[in-house]
Design a protein around this ligand. Structure first.
Ligand SMILES: Nc1ncnc2c1ncn2[C@@H]1O[C@H](COP(=O)(O)OP(=O)(O)O)[C@@H](O)[C@H]1O
Ligand SMILES: [Mg+2]
Length: 316
């Protein structure tokens, strides 16, 4: 549903994102997790046609965000970091106004506005002035404006930022209830938020994607499993099978680029087990060439340290 390929955005000398690539499947909630200044907002602004990228491409629902931005906008609901609310307007007239500028058929407008007010549970404040609402309710109005033209894709930039624990839970539940019918990207700098809400997580740091996995797998990685990189000269299929059979191996990935039949293997091991010598022995037993064996320092762990990993008062 969303395809991001090698996206780079520079602001003058500042490279905000570099070579960002990921996909979001239809009906999925993808967490876009990263510390401050990682490039989350920049990526989302490109995807919502707010500004062009410096390089790379992005497609939403099959349309290119640069060349077919009208088609993209029609299909995307966007909740920016600061919801675009008119504080002195009342809720329902505001949503009717947004529906109008988003091109909702005049005959459908009233029905649509009532529907999104129902979804976001704001019917009872429909004639309240937005500026008088609590932050949690304002955020719901922000979600309602993103939904009003019934877009299949939703992009929410740190939607629970600044809310109190009770409001956070409510907004999360609301977002979860939108999945399935919608494809959602949700950004956050809070680890538990994405683990609870999202099926898959992309971790971005200093403008580059550093990990992409399910919350469960990321958790294992966080708990200190180790990645060992091997360069082995030998028949790739056999090497792969042999490495996978070594005790303590969780996963082995090969990375293309064949050079004189030397392939790179990324071996992920169970936490707390040093399997380097077993891997080396296996390669040597088979008379393959062991060109390199290194462990990767858990850079992921360092990034996690910068994320908010606990939330006071929020219980799932
Ligand atoms: N309009 C801008 N002009 C210059 N630099 C910017 C601008 N917007 C963002 N940046 C820089 O780009 C980087 C990524 O920012 P941003 O996408 O807002 O990150 P995040 O949303 O993850 O906090 C940061 O270093 C930020 O200072
Ligand atoms: Mg941001």
């Amino acid at each position: 549903m969303i395809e991001v390929r090698n996206l780079t955005k520079r602001y003058g000398d500042v490279t905000a994102i570099h070579d960002v690539t990921f996909d979001v499947n239809k009906g999925e909630i993808l967490g876009f997790l990263g510390p401050n200044a990682a490039g989350k907002t920049t990526t989302m602004r490109v995807l919502t046609c707010f500004m062009p990228a410096t390089a790379g491409t992005a497609r939403v629902a099959g349309y290119d965000v640069f060349q077919q931005s009208l088609e993209v906008r029609r299909r995307v609901g966007y909740l920016p970091e600061n919801a675009p609310l008119y504080m002195d307007m009342r809720v329902k007239p505001y949503l009717e106004f947004v529906a109008k500028i988003k091109g909702v058929d005049p005959r459908e407008r009233d029905k649509r506005v009532r529907r999104v007010m129902g979804i976001c549970a704001i019917e009872h404040v429909s004639d309240h002035i937005i500026g008088h609402l609590s932050k949690g309710y304002r955020q719901r109005v922000g979600l309602a404006q993103a939904l009003v033209h019934d877009p299949p894709v939703l992009i929410f930039d740190e939607p629970t930022n600044g809310l109190d624990p009770k409001q956070i839970i409510e907004v999360r539940e609301l977002i979860k209830s939108l999945a399935g019918d919608h494809t959602i990207i949700l950004s956050s700098h809070i680890l538990p938020e994405v683990s609870m809400t999202c099926q898959r997580v992309v971790i971005i740091n200093k403008g580059t994607v550093v990990a992409m996995d399910t919350p469960a797998n990321l958790n294992t990685k966080l708990k200190g499993s180790q990645t060992i990189i091997l360069q082995v000269k030998g028949p790739v299929k056999d090497v792969l099978t042999a490495l996978k059979a070594v005790d303590g191996v969780v996963e082995v990935k090969t990375k293309g680029s064949e050079r004189d039949s030397v392939w790179r293997y990324d071996v992920e091991s169970h936490p707390g087990q040093d399997i380097r010598e077993h891997l080396a022995a296996k390669v040597v037993q088979n008379n393959w060439g062991l060109m390199e064996l290194t462990t990767v320092g858990m850079s992921l762990e360092e990034i996690f340290l910068q994320l908010t990993t606990e939330e006071e008062g929020v219980q799932a």
